[in-house]
Ligand binder design. Structure first.
Ligand code: C5P
Length: 294
């Protein structure tokens, strides 16, 4: 069996405060986009669990989130005898704020729950995922969601109206998540257009994606811009090229612009590629009701 595992973008990211457990409370819209890894899964009734990735910067075996997710799943189901061989074809860059490892873990929880015939409900898969990494609960249902808490509170959203085309730009460096959380300046603002927009989204359960791109705020941007001056130049280039809004995903370093017209997004990608950056054109992945895609 081969399944897809999608990158996620943070359409804004507010850090609300540090928690007693050392993690931070967040507020963000998470959006799956069609930049994908492939997971090739062979169920092994003999009980061995093996995970192999095709890229040197992604660990094989127990160091991989896929291994940890599959192992946690079989233990939760009290079936330590179950096994699988998972081969990962990577396309999502690492250290880019695109949640590639978390997405792989969420996808394997859904796939093995089915292939091992465990029938655990999605909420339980998300709870297992939360022990593996903060972004994994979202990846179990995917699509578009309002995400709060440490990442474990996921409200799936219905998209109304047209979906943007996203142009992702790799600025050529990566950011270590724990460093970013340890260095971020937490501003306790409860107002502003982005927060007001999120409050209305929370109440309605719907989001018009083209309407709020220009209000998107990421609290990690000042930190990353101060360290890497090229970030501001890339964001300005995206906006000057016709993006409705441009920001950074997660703690970085991937930058993106949201465009209403795919052709304008394609022209912007040519401009950024000529400046020497690797880009990806993506569209949102829709999973109505938070259900895994078939
Ligand atoms: O959960 P995950 O492994 O993705 O988190 C990596 C690091 O990011 C954590 O060790 C923590 O330092 C930080 N983090 C945080 N608050 C979150 C998510 C991550 O402080 N909500």
């Amino acid at each position: 069996m081969t399944i897809h595992s999608y990158a996620k973008l943070n359409l804004g990211l507010k850090v609300l405060g540090k928690r007693a457990d050392g993690f931070h409370d967040l507020l963000s819209i998470f959006q799956e986009v069609d930049l994908q890894d492939d997971l090739h899964i062979d169920v092994d009734p003999g009980g061995d669990l093996s995970v192999i990735a095709d890229r040197d910067d992604v660990p094989d075996g127990p160091g991989n989130l896929v291994y940890r997710a599959a192992d946690a799943l079989r233990l939760r189901a009290k079936r330590p005898d179950l096994g699988a061989l998972v081969r990962i074809t990577k396309r999502i860059p690492s250290g880019g704020g695109l949640g590639g490892g978390s997405s792989n873990a969420g996808a394997v929880l859904c796939a093995l729950n089915h292939a091992w015939n465990l029938r655990l409900p999605e909420a339980e898969l998300a709870a297992i995922g939360g022990e593996i990494g903060s972004d994994v609960p979202f990846s179990v249902g995917g699509g578009t969601a309002l995400v709060t808490g440490r990442g474990e509170e996921v409200q799936p959203l219905k998209i109304v109206g047209d979906s943007p085309t996203y142009l992702l730009v790799d600025p050529g460096f990566s950011v270590e998540t724990a460093w970013a959380f340890g260095s971020v300046n937490i501003k306790l603002t409860s107002e502003g257009p982005y927060i007001r927009f999120l409050n209305s989204v929370r109440a309605s359960g719907e989001v018009a994606l083209l309407d709020f791109l220009e209000t998107v705020e990421n609290d990690f941007l000042p930190l990353i811009c101060a360290r890497y001056p090229s970030v501001q130049r890339i964001l300005s280039t995206l906006e000057d090229s016709g993006a409705l809004g441009a920001s950074m995903s997660g703690t970085g370093a991937t930058l993106y612009g949201g465009f209403s017209d795919p052709q304008i997004a394609e022209q912007a990608s040519l401009i950024l590629e000529r400046l020497g950056y690797v880009t990806h054109l993506c569209t949102p992945v829709r999973r109505p009701g938070g259900q895994p895609d078939p």
